[in-house]
Ligand binder design. Sequence first.
Ligand code: ZN
Ligand code: ZN
Length: 742
Amino acid sequence: MNKNPNFQYVEKALIKILMNRFSAFLPQDDLRKIKECLSMSNFSYDLIEDTSLFELIEEGTGRFPSPLRSIFSQLSLSHEKPIPSYYAPMPLHEPFMTPSEVPPSLNTLENYWKTIAKEFCRFWSNCPDDAQVRISYFLYWADQWLSNIPVGSKKESVPLSVYIRLVASIASVIQKGEHLTLLMGDISGIQRYLFDISRIGGGSVAKLLRARSFSLGLIADAAAYDLLERLGLPVWNLVLSAGGVFYLLAPKGIDTFIEQWKKEINQNLYEKYHGTIVLHTSKTEVSLHHLENDFPSCLTNLFQQIRKSKSRSFEEILIQDGKWNEDVFIHPVNTTEEFCKSCRRYPADAGNKERICKYCQEDEKIGKLIPKTKYIVFHQRNGDISIFPNVSVSLIQEEEDIPADSKWIVIINQHPIPQKGVPIQQRWMTNYIPTAPKGGCNHCKEQGLFTEEGTPLSFNCLASLAKGKERIAYLKADVDRLGMLFSFGLRNKDERYTLDEIMTLSRYLERFFAGHVNEMLEKKYRNIYTVFSGGDDLFLIGPWNEVIEFVKEIHQQFVTYVGGNTDVTLSAGIEIVRSRIPLPHVTKMVEEQLEFAKEKPGYNRKLEGRNQIAIRRKPVEWGDFEKILSEAKRLGKWCLKGCISSSFLHKLYYFANMYQSLQKGQGSAFKLVPLLNDQIQRNITGTFENKQQEIENWFSQLLQIDVAEVRWKWAHMKLILEVAQLYRESEEEDSYGNQNIS
Ligand SMILES: [Zn+2]
Ligand SMILES: [Zn+2]
């Protein structure tokens, strides 16, 4: 095993990639400046010397710079390929990007390459001396400047920054056409553990929940980091990490080493999480040629191994020397001890007044740190969160507080680069949660309670911020058919796709679900709480009216983000409840809603679910959802202003039931129409400013039950009324069925 990667070799390969493009795209004058800049530095290399790796990876750059095509405009689940769309060449600015069908002009691209050259010189004349640190800064620089230009016209959807990162990790483990190990890790059981342990009522679970999901989300990175440390490999060899799954490149011939690492990690996980959370791994030794030309079969192989591993969890720990190790089945629990008031899983800390265990105390502390965190620092011991015996993590707000023993600094979102002589990496992360403002939460004050500034607001507090009825909404959403998109969807005309394409797609999704969602919450939806958001899914909780506005907007933006590709869609489930209903219960309910959205066809659909949102067990298309919301808002407003009575809305609900029977062939329209007409005559009377005509029209239109638009309204009437009644504060006389909602 090669304990020390040849960093000079790695750097040479990376600069070669850049120089290749500079030589092709830049005028002689600019090229000369670059060469001068390189030769003046302390660590200049003989760039004429070629590397064998380089011959294998570079297929020629072409003579002209090309634009970056959106990876979403390559995804297709049918034989039709979508219309190509492109990104403008520019530095990484914000997580959200809009592709355009009009590619940027050659002139724009050439000018951008001149900017890159200038920025590279600026970076190079100012970069750290330590080779490993310098390469990590270079990769960070590449993320900033090379994220919106492609590898070349052959890999037109892969940003140069992603390719450079992959080459860096390949060059760190092999030098010639040798083999390397591609390792896949999968941390399973996180969500189950998260909701199982969060049983505290009263909405105060908010204090711990984000901390818990945050810490659990770090397990995958920590496990990968632990292996890299043991192997003496740099952090960039973790080529992908999202949603608990990671890919890592390592040298060949390290099977026994990996088994030992995995066993120790799982032993730790077993002790801490009692068998709920498990690390599964799979690995394959591949040549560079194989990696580039036959990646789909590598991946199939890796997934098959993971599936097999999932069917025999913890075997490595439970079986020792071919025999069952019975000790591990017994967790030391002292029955006379009192259990933690919060999680009821671990013994209460005797020194704690509130009888809370040490884990819950740690989570309360972390919960306050998360929204202010700018850097996640990995070190060996004594951090804020201890994950494995040799991996500890600290959440840092200011650069000067970064501990001296830091080994790896993850810069969250777009905070400034710390100058600490330690390898860095940027990550998108949703770390926003609503917290008590200066002077404490008003809602709590009214209850005679005090919530300290910066403490996460409880779900009761969030409910008090809702319009109309004090309800919170749980929202769960994810990308439809993700597995298929990542394999079948990415294949080109030769039925191929490559690791850097997988990395690219994963990064774009992470950018949206972690980076963009965080921006939306920070800037606009400041009362919405993140349980988690990243990878390809999100789980948020907030005042009901803000959550429904948020989901409407995030869906519209997702459509824009993927360039309107109809194969890349989002489904969501919403559950609106009182804040005191226990989290695990509502979580199950909102998961059911999401399943409804994915499986049950909505109005006017015949077979398929997906690309829908489900609320109150009713899957509706996104367009219908927007219409339902605006109708509900309208009725809610009329009701609030006293233009129509709530008892009239109740009668309308009754008519909606009648209409449904009618659709099933029961009852008759002869009865419904006159009855409804009678009610309208009796209820819509009097004058309501200038609204009179509008209201009359809205209701009398309902009588024309043969008109398509009216049929649509009747089909969705119950949902419209259920949402409309949420706008009314009064808690009386709302009895539309489900007791959770009213
Ligand atoms: Zn506890
Ligand atoms: Zn409060």
